[in-house]
Design a binder for this molecule. Structure first.
Ligand SMILES: [Zn+2]
Ligand SMILES: [Zn+2]
Ligand SMILES: [Zn+2]
Ligand SMILES: [Zn+2]
Ligand SMILES: [Zn+2]
Ligand SMILES: [Zn+2]
Ligand SMILES: [Zn+2]
Length: 1697
C-alpha cells in the first residue's frame, strides 16, 4: 500500500478494514514502511476502547482483548510464524546463565558465608537448594523486596556461581545455541519492533498533566471524558485520605476505603470520571480537604481518559516485553541497544536515562514494572549492565537528589539499583576508572549536606529531619558498595582516580572534624540537651567506610604514603586554631613542657574527629607494611608535629573523663554542691586508665605483633571471663567487618568449649581453663559494669580454687617497631612520680585523695613495667637492656628525710587493713621485684647468689606461712558455706513440702505409693488379692486421707459426711486421640446424643487437674474474690470468669471447675461365698436376671408412653422363672449418703463437664449430664493410657501425682454422680448401652458394632449398672459380691464384642511374610473366625493365618485392657499386679488378664460362653450397618488405633521456607506478602493474619488459624509461623502465646524472626517436648502461664491469627 496517501484516508482504512486475524494483521504490518507510526495508529484505535472502563474494569475481558488484538499480532510479526510454537522452541533452547529472579518483600534469600564475594550476593531459594552452598555456612535473610538472585554471576561467588539449573551447557545446550538461537529474520524484526515499543512506553510514562497526546495517537475524535486521579504519598495517613475522599466526593465510607487501599497498593487511582470541569472541581476539593497547617495537599491530577488508557497499556506492554526478553539473549541485547540509543540531534538523554530521571515522579505501580524491565534486560546481560551503570553514574547526583526529596520508600526508587552494580568488582573498578564514581558519590554527599553546614563549614545537625538524613545514608551506603571489594590489581588510572576520590572524601571528613562543638555550661540550668544523635549516627555510618578506605590505601605502599600525606595535611588544616593559640610552660620532676593553653572544662570541645581516626588508622597500616621509615619523604619531620596531632584526641579524652566525673551534669547548678574530692579522684582514675591503655593495649595488628585471629581470640576470652555466653551474645559483642563477619568461628574452639542446651534454654560457650591466664582486668573494651563483673567472677573463681586473689596483667605482646618507644612511658620519671604520689596518699591516714580503684590501676601499671623489664631481660643480655624500671622504682624519689622508694611504700601498703583485698596483688608485685632483681644480678656476681637464694628461701618461708594461713581461712569459709547450704536446703525442702507443685517428680510419687501398698498388703499377700473382678476380687486398699487446703493451710480428713474438699480442674475438648483429624465439629451440641462415642475418638472431653486441693468453701470465696477484683479494675482478659475460669491459686494453671474429692468405699468379699455363688449365677442366668429386671421396669413405666425403652426380644421370656426382684437376691446394701456440701460440688462439676463437653449453656437437669460424666471418665483414661504407652512407661506407678489424684477423684465422683439425677433416667441410658451386648435386647437406635467405642460403653455400663437396683421405696445398691459379678460379666461381654470388632477390622492387606508357629491361641483364632465368617456370608477374612489373627488381636486389644485396668483400679481400689507397676515389658499382657479375670487365651471366653454368645455374634454380624461399615475401607478404624503425633518436620529449616515460598493463598491471587502458618497437628498450611482468609464464626471474624484450630484441635492448636520460625499455641478465640520453635542453630540457639539467619536444624528433643505438651493436654496451661508472666504481649489480636 502506498503511504503517500493522505492521513485521513489511511485513518479510514485502519478503522474499517483492519485485518481480522493476528496473522493477517502481522503481514499487513509487514507491508508498511514505518512500523512506529503504524503501530501507534493501531494502538490509538484499540487502546482507548479496551481500557475505557477505568473505574470498574472487567480485567479478564481487557486482558483477553489486549492479547488477541495487540500482543498476538505483534508476536506473529516478530516471529513470522505461530508464536506459540516458536516460543515453545525457544523455551527449550537453553536456560539463561543468570537467574535474575526479583525478590518480593518477605521472600527468603540465602547468602553463603564461605563463597559470596560480599553479603549483598544472594540466591533465591530454588537456586540455593540446587547449589553447592547448601552444605556451606550460609545465612538466611528476609528480603525487603527489590533485589535479585545472583545465581550465574561469576563475579558474585568465589566458588559455585551456578546452581544446577543455571549451569551453562546443561541439558544439551551449547554455548552457541545459547547465544544465538534466533534466525536473522527474527532478529531483524526485533530491531524494528523493540525501539517502537520502548519509545511508546517512555513517551506514555513520562507524562505531565497538561501534555497533549502524540500526534500519531490522535486519530480519533477527542472525547470529553476525564479522570480525577489521586496519587499515593507517605505523608497522609490512611484515615486522612479516606476522610478527604469522603468529603470531597461525597461518597460512602466503603468506596473511600476501596480507593484508598488501591492507591496504597498501586500508587494511583482514578477516583472520579466525568467532564473536565467536574474532575477539576473534584481535584480542588480533594486538595483543600487534605491540606492543613502541617501537611501539603494530596497529589491529584486530571487526566484525559485516553491518556489514562495509554499509560495503563504502556505498563502492560512493559510486562509483555519482559516475557519476550526472557526467551533470548538476543532480544535482551536488541532491547538494551534501543534503550541506549540517543536521538540524533536531540539534547535528550537516551530513553532508559529518561525513564530513570523520571523515576521519582512516577507512582509505585509504574516504578515496579519499569524496574523489572531493567532487571530483565540490562541486568541479565553483563555488558549492558555496564552501559546501564555508566548512564546511572552519569545522572547519579540528580537521581540521588530527587530521591532525597521524594517521599517514597527506598525499595521502590531507581537509586536502590546501585547495589546491583556497585558491588560487582569489575564494574566498580570500571566506574572508578572511567567515571570517577567515588568522587561522584562523595560530591553528591557534599552537595546534599550543605544545609547542615555552619559558618565554620562544619556539619551541624541540630534540628535535622530524621527522614531526610535517613535518605542521605543511602548515598553513604553506595560508597560502601563501591569499596566493598578491594582491587587485586592496580592500574595507574585506578590509583589516580581512587586518590581523587579519597581527597574528595577527606573533604567530607573535614566538615566533620570538630563538628558540633560543645561548651560546658556552669551555673545555669540547660533546658534542652543538644541533639547529638544525628552526628553520632552519621559517624557510625562512616565507621566501616573509613576502614575500607584505609584497606584500599594499604594495598600499595606508594598509595598509602600519598594518602597519609593528604590526610595529615587535612588534620593540620583543621588544627590551625590550636597552632595559633598562646603558650604556657609546665614543669614537673625537672622536665619542662611548653604547650598551648586550653581548658576542656571552659573552652569549646568536640568529640567528632574522623580525620584524626583516619590518620591513626593509616599510621598503623604504615607500621604493618613497614613503610614508616619512608614517611619523612612524604611528611618532613618538621611538619609532622605530633603534639598538634594528639591535641584534639586528648581533649576528647579529657572530656570523657570529665563526663564520667559528672562534671557535665545537665543541671549546671548541681556543680556547687558537688563533691570535689570525688571528682578529682575520678579524673585521676580516668587518667590512669588511659595510661594503662596506651602502654598495655597492643592488640591491633601493626601496633603490636599480633594476628587478627589473636585479636578476636582475646576479645572472646574477655567476654567469657564475665560469664559463659551463647554464640549470639558473643557475636553481638564483637566488631563486624564490612562483610558482617566477626571471625568468631575460626577461633572460638581454641579458647572455649561448647555446652549443649537441654530441652529448654540455649547452648553456651565456657572459657577453657588454659585461657584464663590471659585475663586482663583493664581490657579496653570492657564497660565499667563488665569490668567489675569480670573482676568479681575471676576473684571468686580463684578463691574457689584456693588460689591467691591477685589478678596481674598477662604479659603483653611486643610492640611493632613503629610503636616500640611507647614502653618508655612506663619507665619515665613522671610515671614514677605519679605512682609514688598515689602510694604515699594511700599510706597517709589523713588523705582522702585516693581510692582503691586508683591503687589497683597503679599496681597494674607497676606490674606492666616489671613484666616488660623481665621480658627484655629474658631476651637480651643484661647490659643491653636499657629499660630500667626496677632501678627507678627502687630509687628514692627525693632527698627528703622521710623519702621512700616504691618498694618500701608497697611493704607499708600491705599493712593497711582497708587494703586487705589488695594484699595478694601487692605480694605478687613484690615477688616480681625480686624476680627482676635476680635476673639483673644473675649475670653479675656468682657471690650474690647465696644471699639471693637466702632471700628466696625467706620468701618461701613467708610464702608457706601465707599459704597455711590462706588454707585455714579457706577451710573456715568452706564450713561456713556448708552451714548455709544446709539451712538453704532445709528451707527448700520446706518449700517443696508446702507447695506441692505440679511437676512433682514421678519417681517420688511411685516410691510413696509403693511403700503404702507394702504396709497395707504385707499381712496377707495372697493370690486373690490382685484381681479386680469376679469372685476372686481382692480387697479395696484404702488409706486415711488427710489433705491440706492450699488456701487456708488447714488440714482435713476426706470423708463422705464431711464438708467437701475439691481439686482444681480443667475440662477441655480434645482431638488428641482422633483417628479422623479435621472431622467437622458441631459448633453447638444442642442436639448431640453423646451416649455412644465414635470409634474414631474424634472429639473427646478431657478432664485434667493440677492436683491442688482446696476446701470447697475456700475455693468459692477465692473465686468470688477474683470476680470482684476483676470488676473493680480494668483487667486484661486472662481468663473468662463468665465460664468459670480462674487460675489455680498455687500453680497458676488455668482451671474452669473443681472435682469434689470423695473417698473410696472399702469393699471386701468373702471369696468362698463368692465362689459358691458362681454355681448359681452363670452368665446366662445373670443375663436372664438383668433382662427380667429391665422388662419389669418396662412394664411398670411403659404405661402407654415410653418409646425410648427398647423392646425385649421375646426369646424365652414368656415363662421365665426369673422375675423382677431376683436381681436383688444376690446381695444388696443401702446406698451411701453424701454430705450436702459434696452433693453440691458433684452437681457443679457434672454441670461443667456437660457445658464444656457439649458447648451448651449450663442446665442442671439435662438428661445428658450422666452421659457426659461417663464420657469424660472414659476419654480421660484413654488419653492417659495413650500417653503412658507413648512414653513407654508402666501403666501404674509412673503416673504424675496430678494425673493420679485427678483420676482417683474423677472415678469416685463418677460413682457419686448418679445421686444428682433420677434413677429412671440412668436406667434408660443403661438399657441403651446394654442393648449393644445383651443378646435379647435391641432397640431401634442401637448402633452397629463398628460405629462405637466399646471402652466408653464399658465405663457407662459399669457406672450406670447400680441403677437397676433402685426401687421406689428403698434406696439400694448392689453388695460387693453382686458388684463383682456384675463387673465381671459386663466386662466379659464387652471384651468379646471388642474382640470381634478387632478381628473384623484386621488389615489383611498387609504382607504376611512371617510365618509363626501355630500356638493354641492361633488355632482358637482360626476356628473362631471360620465360625464368624459364616455369619457374615464370608464377608470377612477366611484364609488369614491363625497366628496373624492372634498377634493382631493381642496388639489390638492391649490398649483397651490397659484402659480397663486403670478404670477398675481407680473405681475399686484393688492393688494391681507387680508387673503393671514396673516396666511395660513381657509380663504386661498376662498381668492385665490376671487383674481383669480373663483367660490369657482370650478365645476361651467364647468357648466358655458359647451358647449364650452365639446369638449375639449372629446379631452383630448380620447387622446391615456393620456390613456397610466394613466396605468403607478408608474410614474404618483399626486396632490398635494409631497414636497421634505432631507432623514430621524436615531436619533443615530451609526446606520449610521453601515450602512456604510455594505457598499461594487459596483465596487471593495478588502477590502481596503472606504469612504462611503450618498446623503441626495436620500439616495444613494456612494464610494467617490476612483479611482474604478470615471466616465468620458465630457472627465474629476470625483468622484462618483460629478457624482451622476449631476443627483440627477442637479449638486448641499448635502452629508454626514459617517465615518467622516461631511456634504459637492457641486456644479458643482470644488466647494464645508464643513458644520457642524446635529449630536450633549449631550453637544451640533458637532464632525467632530469623534475625541472625544461621542454618537451623530440628531438635528432636524439643519437638518431642512440644508433642508431650499437646498429649498431656497442657497447651491451655502453657498459654495461661505465659500470659501470666508476660502480660506485656497482650496487644496481639489472637482472634485474627
Ligand atoms: Zn535464583
Ligand atoms: Zn540458579
Ligand atoms: Zn558456598
Ligand atoms: Zn481451706
Ligand atoms: Zn494448681
Ligand atoms: Zn490442622
Ligand atoms: Zn489468604
Amino acid at each position: 500500500m502506498a503511504d503517500e496517501e493522505a492521513g485521513g484516508a489511511e485513518r479510514m482504512e485502519v478503522s474499517t478494514e483492519l485485518p481480522q486475524t493476528p496473522q493477517l494483521l502481522a503481514s499487513w504490518w509487514d507491508q508498511q514502511v514505518d512500523f512506529y507510526t503504524t503501530f501507534l495508529h493501531h494502538l490509538a484505535q484499540l487502546v482507548p476502547e479496551i481500557y475505557s472502563a477505568e473505574m470498574d474494569p472487567d480485567l479478564e475481558k481487557q486482558e483477553e482483548s489486549i492479547q488477541m488484538s495487540i500482543f498476538t499480532p505483534l508476536e506473529w510479526y516478530l516471529f513470522g510464524e505461530d508464536p506459540d510454537i516458536c516460543l515453545e522452541k525457544l523455551k527449550h533452547s537453553g536456560a539463561f546463565q543468570l537467574c535474575g529472579k526479583v525478590f518480593k518483600s518477605g521472600e527468603t534469600t540465602y547468602s553463603c558465608r564461605d563463597c559470596a564475594i560480599d553479603p549483598t550476593c544472594v540466591l533465591c531459594m530454588d537456586c540455593f537448594q540446587n547449589s553447592v552452598h547448601k552444605n556451606h555456612r550460609y545465612k538466611m535473610h528476609t528480603s525487603t523486596g527489590g533485589g535479585f538472585c545472583d545465581c550465574g554471576d561469576t563475579e558474585a561467588w568465589k566458588t559455585g556461581p551456578f546452581c544446577v539449573s543455571h549451569e551453562p551447557g546443561r541439558a544439551g545446550t551449547t554455548k552457541e545455541n545459547l547465544r544465538c538461537p534466533l534466525n536473522e529474520e527474527v532478529i531483524a524484526q526485533a530491531r524494528k519492533i523493540f525501539p517502537s515499543v520502548i519509545k511508546y512506553i517512555v513517551e506514555m510514562t513520562i507524562w505531565e498533566e497538561e501534555k497533549e497526546l502524540l500526534p500519531e495517537l490522535q486519530i480519533r475524535e477527542k472525547n470529553e471524558r476525564y479522570y480525577c486521579v489521586l496519587f499515593n504519598d507517605e505523608h497522609h495517613s490512611y484515615d486522612h485520605v479516606i476522610y478527604s475522599l469522603q468529603r470531597a466526593l461525597d461518597c460512602e465510607l466503603a468506596e473511600a476505603q476501596l480507593h484508598t487501599t488501591a492507591i496504597d497498593k498501586e500508587g494511583r487511582r482514578a477516583v472520579k470520571a466525568g467532564a473536565f470541569a467536574a474532575c477539576q472541581e473534584a481535584k480542588e476539593d480533594i486538595k483543600s480537604h487534605s491540606e492543613n497547617v502541617s501537611q501539603h495537599p494530596l497529589h491529584v491530577e486530571v487526566l484525559h481518559s485516553e491518556v489514562m488508557a495509554h499509560q495503563k497499556f504502556a505498563l502492560r506492554l512493559g510486562s509483555w516485553m519482559n516475557k519476550i526478553m526472557s526467551y533470548s539473549s538476543d532480544f535482551r541485547q536488541i532491547f538494551c541497544q534501543a534503550c541506549l540509543r540517543e536521538e540524533p540531534g536531540s539534547e535528550n538523554p537516551c530513553l532508559i536515562s529518561r525513564l530513570m530521571l523520571w523515576d521519582a515522579k512516577l507512582y509505585k505501580g509504574a516504578r515496579k514494572i519499569l524496574h523489572e524491565l531493567i532487571f530483565s534486560s540490562f541486568f541479565m546481560e553483563m555488558e549492558y549492565k555496564k552501559f546501564f551503570a555508566m548512564e546511572f553514574v552519569k545522572y547519579y547526583k540528580q537521581l540521588q537528589k530527587e530521591y532525597i526529596s521524594d517521599d517514597h520508600d527506598r525499595s521502590i526508587s531507581v537509586t536502590a539499583l546501585s547495589v546491583q552494580m556497585f558491588t560487582v568488582p569489575t564494574l566498580a573498578r570500571h566506574l572508578i576508572e572511567e567515571q570517577n564514581v567515588i568522587s561522584v558519590i562523595t560530591e553528591t554527599l557534599l552537595e546534599v549536606l550543605p544545609e547542615y553546614l555552619d559558618r565554620n563549614n562544619k556539619f551541624n545537625f541540630q534540628g535535622y529531619s530524621q527522614d531526610k538524613l535517613g535518605r542521605v545514608y543511602a548515598v553513604i551506603c553506595d560508597l560502601k558498595y563501591i569499596l566493598i571489594s578491594k582491587p587485586t590489581a592496580w592500574t595507574e588510572r585506578l590509583r589516580m582516580q581512587f586518590l581523587e576520590g579519597f581527597r574528595s572524601f577527606l573533604k567530607i571528613l573535614t566538615c566533620m572534624q570538630g563538628m558540633e562543638e560543645i561548651r560546658r555550661q556552669v551555673g545555669q540550668h540547660i533546658e534542652v540537651d543538644p541533639d547529638w544523635e544525628a552526628a553520632i549516627a552519621i559517624q557510625m555510618q562512616l565507621k566501616n567506610i573509613l576502614l575500607m578506605f584505609q584497606e584500599w590505601c594499604a594495598c600499595d605502599e606508594e598509595l598509602l604514603l600519598v594518602a597519609y600525606k593528604e590526610c595529615h595535611k587535612a588534620v593540620m588544616r583543621c588544627s590551625t586554631s590550636f597552632i595559633s593559640s598562646s603558650k604556657t610552660v609546665v614543669q614537673l620532676c625537672g622536665h619542662t613542657l611548653e604547650t598551648k593553653s586550653y581548658r576542656v572544662s571552659e573552652d569549646l570541645v568536640s568529640i567528632h574527629l574522623p580525620l584524626s581516626r583516619t590518620l591513626a588508622g593509616l599510621h598503623v597500616r604504615l607500621s604493618r607494611l613497614g613503610a614508616v621509615s619512608r614517611l619523612h619523604e612524604f611528611v618532613p619531620f618538621e611538619d609532622f608535629q605530633v603534639e598538634v596531632l594528639v591535641e584534639y584526641p586528648l581533649r576528647c579524652l579529657v572530656l570523657v573523663a570529665q563526663v564520667v566525673a559528672e562534671m557535665w551534669r545537665r543541671n549546671g547548678l548541681s556543680l556547687i554542691s558537688q563533691d570535689l574530692i570525688k571528682q578529682y579522684n575520678t579524673l585521676i582514675e580516668e587518667m590512669l586508665q588511659v595510661l594503662i591503655y596506651i602502654v598495655g593495649e597492643r592488640y591491633v595488628p601493626g601496633v603490636g605483633n599480633v594476628t587478627k585471629e589473636e585479636v578476636t581470640m582475646r576479645e572472646i576470652i574477655h567476654l567469657l571471663c564475665i560469664e559463659p555466653m551463647p554464640h549470639s551474645a558473643i557475636a553481638k559483642n564483637l566488631p563486624e567487618n564490612e562483610n558482617n563477619e566477626t571471625g568468631l568461628e575460626n577461633v572460638i574452639n581454641k579458647v572455649a568449649t561448647f555446652k549443649k542446651p537441654g530441652v529448654s534454654g540455649h547452648g553456651v560457650y565456657e572459657l577453657k581453663d588454659e585461657s584464663l591466664k590471659d585475663f586482663n582486668m583493664y581490657f579496653y573494651h570492657y564497660s565499667k559494669t563488665q569490668h567489675s563483673k569480670a573482676e568479681h567472677m575471676q576473684k571468686k573463681r580463684r578463691k574457689q580454687e584456693n588460689k591467691d586473689e591477685a589478678l596481674p596483667p598477662p604479659p603483653p605482646p611486643e610492640f611493632c617497631p613503629a610503636f616500640s618507644k611507647v614502653v618508655n612511658l612506663l619507665n619515665c620519671d613522671i610515671m614514677m612520680y605519679i605512682l609514688r604520689i598515689i602510694f604515699e596518699r594511700a599510706i597517709d591516714t589523713d588523705s582522702n585523695l585516693w581510692t582503691e580503684g586508683m591503687l589497683q590501676m597503679a599496681f597494674h601499671i607497676l606490674a606492666l613495667g616489671l613484666l616488660e623489664e623481665k621480658q627484655q631481660l629474658q631476651k637480651a643480655p643484661e647490659e643491653e637492656v636499657t629499660f630500667d624500671f626496677y632501678h627507678k622504682a627502687s630509687r628514692l624519689g627525693s632527698s627528703a628525710m622521710n623519702a621512700q622508694n616504691i618498694q618500701m611504700l608497697l611493704e607499708k601498703l600491705k599493712g593497711i587493713p582497708q587494703l586487705e583485698g589488695q594484699k595478694d596483688m601487692i605480694t605478687w608485685i613484690l615477688q616480681m621485684f625480686d624476680t627482676v632483681k635476680r635476673l639483673r644480678e644473675k649475670s653479675c656476681l656468682i657471690v650474690a647468689t647465696t644471699s639471693g637464694s637466702e632471700s628466696i628461701k625467706n620468701d618461701e618461708i613467708t610464702h608457706d606461712k601465707e599459704k597455711a594461713e590462706r588454707k585455714r581461712k579457706a577451710e573456715a569459709a568452706r564450713l561456713h558455706r556448708q552451714k548455709i547450704m544446709a539451712q538453704m536446703s532445709a528451707l527448700q525442702k520446706n518449700f517443696i513440702e508446702t507447695h506441692k507443685l505440679m511437676y512433682d517428680s514421678t519417681s517420688e510419687m511411685s516410691g510413696k505409693e509403693d511403700s503404702i501398698m507394702e504396709e497395707e498388703s504385707t499381712p496377707a499377700v495372697s493370690d486373690y488379692s490382685r484381681i479386680a473382678l469376679g469372685p476372686k476380687r481382692g480387697p479395696t486398699v484404702t488409706e486415711k486421707e488427710v489433705l491440706t487446703c492450699i488456701l487456708c493451710q488447714e488440714e482435713q480428713e476426706v470423708k463422705i459426711e464431711n464438708n467437701a474438699m475439691v481439686l482444681s480442674a480443667c475440662v477441655q475438648k480434645s482431638t488428641a486421640l482422633t483417628q479422623n483429624r479435621g472431622k467437622p465439629i458441631e459448633l453447638s451440641g444442642e442436639t448431640v446424643d453423646p451416649l455412644f462415642m465414635d470409634p474414631d475418638l474424634a472429639y473427646g472431653t478431657y478432664t485434667g487437674s493440677c492436683g491442688h486441693v482446696m476446701h470447697a468453701v475456700c475455693w468459692q470465696k477465692y473465686f468470688e474474690a477474683v470476680q470482684l477484683s476483676s470488676q473493680q479494675r480494668i483487667h486484661v482478659d486472662l481468663f473468662d470468669l463468665e465460664s468459670g475460669e480462674y487460675l489455680c491459686p498455687l500453680c497458676k494453671s488455668l482451671c474452669n471447675t473443681v472435682i469434689p474429692i470423695i473417698p473410696l468405699q472399702p469393699q471386701r468379699i468373702n471369696s468362698e461365698n463368692a465362689e459358691a455363688l458362681a454355681q448359681l449365677l452363670t452368665l446366662a442366668q445373670w443375663i436372664q436376671t438383668v433382662l427380667a429386671r429391665i422388662s419389669g421396669y418396662n412394664m411398670k413405666h411403659a404405661k402407654g408412653e415410653n418409646p425410648t425403652i427398647p423392646v425385649l426380644l421375646d426369646q424365652g421370656m414368656g415363662d421365665s422363672t426369673f422375675e423382677f426382684h431376683s436381681i436383688l437376691s444376690f446381695g444388696i446394701q443401702p446406698s451411701i449418703k453424701y454430705s450436702n456440701s459434696i452433693k453440691e460440688m458433684v452437681i457443679l462439676f457434672a454441670t461443667t463437664i456437660y457445658r464444656i463437653g457439649l458447648k451448651v449453656p449450663p442446665d442442671e437437669t439435662d438428661p445428658r449430664i450422666p452421659m457426659m460424666t461417663w464420657s469424660t471418665c472414659a476419654f480421660t483414661i484413654q488419653a492417659i493410657e495413650n500417653l503412658l504407652g507413648d512414653e513407654g512407661k508402666p501403666l501404674f506407678g509412673a503416673l504424675q501425682n496430678r494425673q493420679h489424684n485427678g483420676l482417683k477423684a474423677l472415678m469416685q465422683f463418677a460413682i457419686a454422680q448418679k445421686i444428682t439425677c433420677p434413677q429412671v433416667l440412668i436406667q434408660k441410658h443403661l438399657v441403651r448401652l446394654l442393648s449393644v451386648v445383651l443378646p435379647n435386647l435391641k432397640s431401634e437406635d442401637t448402633p452397629c458394632l463398628l460405629s462405637i467405642d466399646l471402652f466408653h460403653v464399658l465405663v457407662g455400663a459399669v457406672l450406670a449398672f447400680p441403677s437397676l437396683y433402685w426401687d421406689d421405696t428403698v434406696d439400694l445398691q448392689p453388695s460387693s459380691i453382686s458388684s463383682s459379678y456384675n463387673h465381671l460379666y459386663l466386662f466379659h461381654l464387652i471384651t468379646m464384642a471388642h474382640m470381634l470388632q478387632i478381628l473384623l477390622t484386621i488389615d489383611t492387606d498387609l504382607p504376611l511374610a512371617q510365618v509363626q508357629e501355630e500356638s493354641e491361641e492361633a488355632r482358637s483364632a482360626s476356628s473362631f473366625l471360620a465360625e464368624v465368617s459364616q455369619y457374615t456370608n464370608g464377608c470377612i477374612g477366611c484364609g488369614v493365618p491363625g497366628w496373624y489373627l492372634w498377634v493382631s488381636l493381642k496388639n489390638g486389644i492391649t490398649p483397651y485392657l490397659r484402659c480397663a485396668a486403670l478404670f477398675f483400679h481407680y473405681l475399686l481400689g484393688v492393688t494391681p499386679p507387680e508387673e503393671l507397676l514396673t516396666n511395660p515389658a513381657e509380663g504386661e499382657y498376662s498381668a492385665l488378664c490376671s487383674y481383669l479375670s480373663l483367660p490369657t487365651n482370650l478365645f476361651l471366653l467364647f468357648q466358655e460362653y458359647w451358647d449364650t454368645v452365639r446369638p449375639l455374634l449372629q446379631r452383630w454380624c448380620a447387622d446391615p450397618a456393620l456390613l456397610h461399615c466394613l466396605k468403607q475401607k478408608n474410614t474404618i478404624v483399626r486396632y490398635p488405633r494409631k497414636r497421634n503425633s505432631l507432623i514430621e518436620l524436615p531436619d533443615d529449616y530451609s526446606c520449610l521456607l521453601n515450602q512456604a515460598s510455594h505457598f499461594r493463598c487459596p483465596r487471593s491471587a495478588d502477590d502481596e506478602r503472606k504469612h504462611p502458618v503450618l498446623c503441626l497437628f495436620c500439616g495444613a498450611i494456612l494464610c494467617s493474619q490476612n483479611i482474604c482468609c478470615q471466616e465468620i464464626v458465630n457472627g465474629e471474624e476470625v483468622g484462618a488459624c483460629i478457624f482451622h484450630a476449631l476443627h483440627c484441635g477442637a479449638g486448641v492448636c499448635i502452629f508454626l509461623k514459617i517465615r518467622e520460625c516461631r511456634v504459637v499455641l492457641v486456644e479458643g478465640k482470644a488466647r494464645g502465646c508464643a513458644y520457642p520453635a524446635p529449630y536450633l542453630d549449631e550453637y544451640g540457639e533458637t532464632d525467632p524472626g530469623l534475625k541472625r539467619g544461621n542454618p537451623l536444624h530440628l531438635s528432636r528433643e524439643r519437638y518431642r517436648k512440644l508433642h508431650l505438651v499437646w498429649q498431656q493436654h497442657c497447651i491451655i496451661e502453657e498459654i495461661a502461664r505465659s500470659q501470666e508472666t508476660n502480660q506485656m504481649l497482650f496487644g496481639f489480636n489472637w482472634q485474627l491469627l
